[in-house]
Design a protein around this ligand. Structure first.
Ligand SMILES: [Zn+2]
Length: 228
């Protein structure tokens, strides 16, 4: 349950091999039971996780991270250096700052909703990042994964290329809207120009399959020309 009564399907991704069980993004606050249920379908529990990659600091991506770490302290938490201050809340999360600024502009009838949203963001539990990931970094997971910097949605947003399968785990670098790749919530994108470049970068790579956190699997059937 993301916020209020709206239900939203999200797609955290699991990268598994004989040595690693890596979760990429972990869901909204309070969604740990759903995550456990999804893991159990693969014969796994939270205790089997070896790593958690946070593509960025938004609450729907890191909402259960601190809880996961409490259950399994062996889980190594990975994020980019740029996102880390917001994930650990050593600096006020940009998304919270944005929501508070936005709140001031809301008409009276939307004030209560805006306030509740800010309060929800304040309840996101920070977590320490164990290891920074950087653009182009090679990770020895599932035969090789590569970190791709995809700034824009947030400054330190990252995506992951799973080389063996030629799959990109996009995070919120782009999302699917009725099956079509689009910028995630353009009105709340922190740098729309960078976000557009990041989306084009991913879609111009020699990959046919994209796992989108919002929208699920996107199979590219033709060359994408986002500039048109
Ligand atoms: Zn998201």
């Amino acid at each position: 349950m993301p916020f209020g009564e709206i239900k939203e399907v999200i797609y955290p991704t699991l990268i598994c091999d004989e040595n690693f069980v890596i979760l990429v993004d972990c869901g909204f606050m309070g969604s740990l039971p759903l995550l456990e249920k999804a893991l159990s379908k693969h014969g796994l529990t939270l205790l089997d996780l070896t790593g958690l990659v946070l593509t960025h600091h938004d609450h729907d991506h890191m909402g259960t991270a601190a809880e996961i770490k409490r259950v399994n302290q062996r889980v190594k938490i990975y994020a980019s250096k740029e996102e880390t201050p917001y994930i650990s809340a050593s600096t006020k999360p940009l998304r919270l700052q944005q929501a508070e600024d936005f709140q001031k502009t809301l008409p009276l009838e939307k004030q209560a909703f805006g306030k509740a949203f800010c309060e929800m963001l304040k309840r996101v539990e920070p977590v320490e990042v164990d290891e920074f990931l950087y653009d182009g970094q090679y990770l020895d997971w599932y035969g090789g994964c590569k970190v791709i910097a995809t700034p824009g949605h947030t400054p330190g947003h990252i995506s992951l290329l799973v080389e063996n399968e030629a799959i990109i785990i996009t995070g919120d670098a782009f999302v699917l809207d009725n099956g079509v790749p689009v910028i995630a919530n353009p009105q709340f994108t922190l740098d729309i120009e960078k976000a557009t470049k990041s989306m084009c970068k991913l879609l111009s790579m020699n990959v046919k399959t994209y796992y989108c956190y919002h929208g699920g699997i996107y199979l590219r059937s033709h060359d994408f020309n986002a500039i048109d």
